[in-house]
Design a protein around this ligand. Structure first.
Ligand code: GDG
Length: 498
């Protein structure tokens, strides 16, 4: 087995720190970490299910920090209510309610009907209403009003995701001198796509007011750099620095990881506890898919590829099943109801067409399953099938690898359009728009000799362990700690500037 070099293609230009198995090493300059996200994770939960929540929670505790965001509750009195502040051990949580109109315009409207589809290259689905945009910018301003009094000198404010793009500009407009960083969990699309969003200049300029902007992949970072040079008349400086409209920012790739060691433990402990999950206790091989039921995840494409596999490789009939966990998400939006109907129609068609009284080709669950069951499902599945049409990273791909038995691992079939494909090159990479290619890849995965599976898995596993979620967090925070707070350029022509 060859050694994997520490700095991989698609990794940030600067070598990152090795995986951190101890506590978080945060800011080199002293200061609290303040995390801002649309929703605040339940840091009081005994068993945290999300690796991200655990990694951020650890860093917040280590710096006696603050996590700020929306409470998830709506209230007609929200505009008059102060933030709700809880002290949880060594960290603080501050949340505010939204009014029903704010939730509709900011969350469902602009964030999830405009930015989410546009960032995933679905301009056909993007509805960027000016009235929703106004509410989105106003909610960001209100968040900034609520956070300002809670900030201390020297704080590092780390803002997450597309709901909060204008947040740094709003804080700086209120005189905040803290360093403010941003991490985008979705892809950043090609400049021509981003430029089609009517509020693109306002959003692009707002991103430039951050001191550090983090992306999932070097392709996303390059898309942003091309946007800044092409549409904001900006320039690419040395390293990852960009300048436009009198603002300079560091735009780098920080690919997010999972708690690899924790996931390995979870998968091993659970499988050591008992026999196979009863419904898997036969000789039929399992292909596993796990996703939020989102139109970006390529679920219809995946089902059609599985159908094609059964059609053109009849030897796999009765020898393989697809288990698809599709957790409900954003069900209030009609486009999510439509994708659910399409998926359920396809599941029914495949089961009706190929199934018999002793074999059902597709097992489909439209509900979340506990994480320990997920880990066992991954481990007991011969193939992990991850087919997003676009995805920022895709943590399921990494979890599938971490859960495998090293001596007899399964094979990951992965979309080229998931951010994870930049790192996970030993997976079988496919184009999710090409049904035949996917069916061939599934056949190859199901019949791959153990030696090849082992060799591929070994390389993938090393990379997942090295670039885990703690490494992601510490790499971002290190870059952040080395940055300087840049003041807001009040002379820049900003549409919507006060
Ligand atoms: C966004 C970006 C980026 C799913 N079903 C169940 C369940 N899950 C867990 C998975 C995984 C997580 O949810 C999904 O993460 P992904 O990365 O696959 O996708 P998004 O939710 O779209 O996340 C994405 C990510 O942010 C991080 O930056 O990678 O690109 O879109 O951890 O395991 N967990 C449980 N039951 C389920 O049924 N317990």
């Amino acid at each position: 087995m060859s050694n994997v070099t520490k700095v991989e293609l698609g990794m940030p230009a600067k070598p990152m720190r090795p995986a951190n198995n101890g506590g978080p090493e945060i800011a080199q300059k002293p200061g609290r970490l303040v995390v801002v996200s649309n929703r605040v994770a339940d840091v009081t939960a005994k068993t945290q299910t999300g690796g991200l929540a655990v990694a951020l929670g650890d860093a917040l505790r280590a710096s006696r920090g603050l996590w700020f965001g929306a409470s998830g509750q709506t209230s007609v009195n929200a505009l008059k209510s102060p933030p709700k502040i809880d002290t949880i051990g060594e960290m603080t949580r501050a949340t505010i309610d939204l009014t029903p109109e704010e939730e509709e315009g900011y969350y469902y409207g602009y964030s999830n009907r405009c930015l989410w589809p546009a960032f995933h290259y679905r301009l056909d689905l993007a509805r960027c209403k000016e009235s929703d945009a106004e509410i989105y910018f106003n909610v960001n301003a209100r968040f900034a009003d609520a956070l300002m009094p809670l900030l201390l000198p020297g704080d590092m404010v780390w803002v997450h995701d597309y709901h909060l793009i204008p947040f740094a500009e709003e804080l700086k407009r209120r005189g905040c001198a803290s360093r403010i960083g941003f991490f985008l969990h979705t892809p950043f699309p090609s400049p021509e796509i981003f430029a089609a969003v009517p509020q693109q200049k306002r959003l692009g300029n707002a991103l430039m007011t951050y001191d550090v902007v983090g992306f999932q992949t070097s392709a996303d970072r390059d898309n942003f750099a091309r946007y800044v040079t092409t549409f904001l008349d900006g320039e690419r400086l040395d390293g990852d620095r960009l300048t436009a409209q009198g603002q300079t920012t560091q735009a780098s790739a920080f690919p997010i990881g999972i708690d690899a060691a924790g996931f390995v433990r979870l998968a091993q402990t659970e499988s050591a506890k008992g026999p196979l999950l009863p419904f898997l206790a036969d000789d039929v091989k399992t292909i596993i898919g796990v996703d939020r039921l989102d139109y970006t995840k390529g679920l219809p494409e995946r089902l059609r590829a599985f159908e094609k596999l059964l059609e053109i490789y009849p030897q796999h009939r009765r020898q393989v099943r697809l288990v698809q966990i599709a957790a409900p998400t954003r069900e209030e939006l009609p486009v999510y109801q439509e994708i659910r109907e399409e998926v359920e129609r396809l599941v029914g068609r495949i089961n009706g067409r190929f199934g018999d009284l002793s074999w059902q080709p597709v097992t489909y669950l439209h509900r979340p399953v506990p994480q320990e069951i997920l880990a066992r499902l991954y481990r007991e599945s011969a193939v992990g099938l991850v087919t997003p049409l676009r995805d920022g990273m895709n943590l399921v791909a990494k979890e599938y690898i971490a859960a495998q038995a090293p001596e007899d691992p399964g094979v990951l079939v992965l979309s080229r359009f998931a951010g994870a494909a930049e790192q996970l090159r030993e997976a079988l990479l496919i184009n999710p728009h090409d049904t035949n290619e996917m069916a061939r890849a599934l056949d190859r995965a199901l019949t791959m000799p153990r030696q090849e599976r082992w060799a591929r898995h070994n390389r993938l596993m090393q990379r997942i362990e090295t670039y885990d979620v703690a490494n992601w967090r510490d790499s971002f925070l290190q870059t952040f700690a080395e940055s300087e707070s840049q003041p807001l350029n009040l002379f820049a022509q900003r549409p919507g500037a006060a």
